[in-house]
Design a protein around this ligand. Structure first.
Ligand code: G6P
Length: 611
């Protein structure tokens, strides 16, 4: 969602900020703006893309060694120039950029209006900078203190940066519930919502904790709590590489990330098992391993694609480790008064590690005494910091909004977790355990082979790019894949698509089938293959068009289907990792052919930091 980048140092701030905003585009946004401090405070902002902002700024005064920029994903107020950040205070001597939501902004605003404040936007953010100025003037305190006092009055989540022409050469940032990372260079500092805009300048970063305020003044960084307690920032080295943020010759980040999967799956497995010795070890379980092994029940909380990975995990853990699992939409879980016992385990799955609802689900389960295990991709993000134990997926930065390599990395780690639990609980025979480990080793190569279906998938995309609806069907391990395939298509091509358990089709979606309806079926040769074949026939009998994902060499489905895409044979429990590949490619090609913005689909955000 919204993105933040700010700079204070000896270089010109504008080029660093505008480039930083481009790096942040992947998060999803609908307007952008910058503020530059050079004696006066100049603010430029525009609805639309960062390139529209850069065009608008041409010829304007962009001088300044201190500045900040923002990409906004609208929550309060429509995405127009007025509501874009930065926002000025009443006197226009102070400006703010903000990620998050100030929940009690209406009551603060009403009070400020009584005192003569006039607001230019519909945002909650503008209210906060007016409040800071009001305190600054009335209490006669330094800016830093005015910020702390104002933050003491607000309810909600925020990551903010504040500049003021009253106290130039100073930059103030604060966080609660929304991340802020400070990059420490030589005589210069960078502040951002994630490390992507910082990595090309410095590897030394410090993450602010909730309730902390950073003041960068006279080349010095000071961190305090809102309650004025000094904190020593923990400086760590970034592992992120700049190349990971570039397209590397691909037309889109999404395609690059789809093609990275043989490597990202291998990276997510590396060092975690030894098939010859029949050993498996997820180091992140730490001292909580026994509690998870002995869990009476596991709950999984996640959103979007991560929720689909959670569904795969439910099938795996119940099937292999025989522990009952419930998969919950984090947004529902947190508000529906769920029953949580102290001996429950909650697995939180999140690529970004910042999804507000998933984080809230973690906090809720933690407050009830449950053990929390995280499966996240972004190192140092909020969810892994809030969990007891966890395993990172090693997918590398995922820039395309539609998640691809993060999904397969999550499924890889969750497969290892299910196997480790099963092994420890003795619910899997040694020979079956070793057989799965052996097969797991061959998955990166099989994913590589699945990618060779690209040209065939492109031809299918050409045929169906103008369809208005798609149905995706699967049974067993193929069902979560059907859901994920449908989600990919609707996210980036804006075609309505539904994923369904193949047998459940009879209870509704079958009414939609006519000779226009493409139906994608996961029909690999496993447990319910024969039943899926029957479901294909039910679709064909109603003249629907079948695009079947089949095991290499399958002739029977070829006879019935309009198109088949072959994938290498693998163990049933590993099918999601291979069968999802052609579905990602199908969504990608259809979206490209329809002229959609594949990497930044409309209205979507990469990390959803508001509920
Ligand atoms: C957004 C993204 C999805 C993602 C979901 C959950 O909707 O567009 O791609 O699956 O959030 O995000 P998380 O970072 O928690 O996995």
């Amino acid at each position: 969602m919204c993105g933040i980048v700010a700079y204070i140092g000896k270089q010109d701030a504008y080029p660093i900020i505008i480039k930083g905003l481009q790096r942040l585009e992947y998060r999803g946004y609908d307007s952008a703006g910058v503020a530059l401090l050079n004696g006066t405070l100049n603010v430029y902002k525009k609805a639309g893309k960062v390139s529209d902002l850069a065009e608008f700024v041409k010829g304007k005064n962009i001088k300044g060694h201190v500045g900040m920029g923002h990409t906004r994903w609208a929550t309060h107020g429509e995405p127009n120039d007025r509501n874009a950040h930065p926002h000025f205070s009443q006197s226009r001597d102070f400006a703010i950029i903000h990620n998050g939501i100030i929940e009690n902004y209406a009551s603060i605003k009403a009070e400020l209006v009584k005192q003569g404040h006039v607001f230019e936007s519909d945002t909650d953010t503008e209210v906060l900078i007016h409040l800071i100025e009001e305190i600054y003037n009335k209490a006669g305190v330094p800016l830093e203190e005015a910020v702390r006092l104002a933050l003491g009055e607000v309810v909600g989540a925020y990551a903010i940066v504040i500049l003021s022409s009253s106290e130039p050469d100073k930059l103030i940032a604060a966080r609660k519930g929304s991340p802020i990372v400070v990059g420490i260079g030589k005589d210069e500092y960078f502040v951002a919502s994630d490390a992507t805009p910082i990595v090309e300048y410095t590897k030394n970063v410090a993450y602010l904790n909730d309730g902390e305020v950073a003041v960068i003044d006279q080349g010095k960084l000071t961190v305090k709590t809102i309650g004025n307690e000094i904190k020593i920032p923990f400086v760590q080295e970034l592992e992120l590489k700049l190349e990971a943020l570039e397209k590397g010759g691909f037309e889109h980040f999404m395609l690059k990330e789809i093609y990275e999967q043989p490597r990202s799956i291998a990276d997510s497995m590396r060092g975690r098992f030894d098939s010859r010795a029949g050993r498996i070890k997820l180091g992140g379980l730490r001292e909580f391993e026994q509690r998870i092994v002995n869990a009476k029940r596991i709950m999984i909380a996640a959103c979007g694609t991560s929720w689909h990975a959670g569904l795969v995990a439910e099938y795996l853990i119940e099937d292999l480790a025989r522990i009952p699992v419930e998969v919950e939409y984090a947004s529902e879980f947190r508000y529906r008064n769920p029953i949580i016992y102290e001996d429950d385990v909650l697995i939180a799955i999140s690529q970004s590690g910042e999804t507000a609802d998933t984080l809230a689900a973690v906090e809720l389960a933690k407050s009830k005494g449950a053990t929390i295990f995280g499966v996240c991709n972004v190192v140092g993000s909020s969810i892994p910091r809030a969990t007891h134990a966890g395993s990172y997926t090693h997918a590398g930065p995922e820039i395309g909004v539609a998640s691809t390599k993060a999904f397969t990395a999550q499924v890889t780690v969750l497969t290892l977790l299910a196997l480790q639990l099963a092994h420890k609980r003795g619910t899997l025979s040694e020979s079956r355990f070793r057989q799965v480990l052996n097969e797991l080793e061959s998955i990166p190569a099989k994913v590589e082979r699945a990618l060779t279906s690209n040209e065939k998938v492109r031809a299918i995309a050409e045929r169906y790019k103008d369809a208005r609806n798609f149905l995706y069907l699967g049974r067993g391990y193929g069902f979560p894949v059907a859901l994920e395939g449908a989600l990919k298509l609707k996210e980036i091509s804006y075609i309505h698509a539904e994923g369904y358990p193949a047998a459940e089709m009879k209870h509704g979606p079958i009414a939609l089938i006519d000779d226009e309806m493409p139906v994608v079926v996961i029909a690999t040769k496993h447990g319910s293959y024969e039943k899926v074949v029957s479901n294909i026939q039910e679709v064909k009998a109603r003249k629907g068009k079948i695009i079947a994902i089949v095991t290499e060499g399958d002739e029977a489905v070829k006879e019935m289907a309009d198109y088949v895409i072959e994938i290498p044979e693998t163990d049933e429990i590993l099918v999601p990792l291979v069968s999802v590949i052609p579905l990602q490619l199908l969504a990608y090609h259809i979206a490209v052919m329809r002229g959609c913005n594949v990497d930044q689909p409309r209205n979507l955000a990469k990390s959803v930091t508001v509920e």
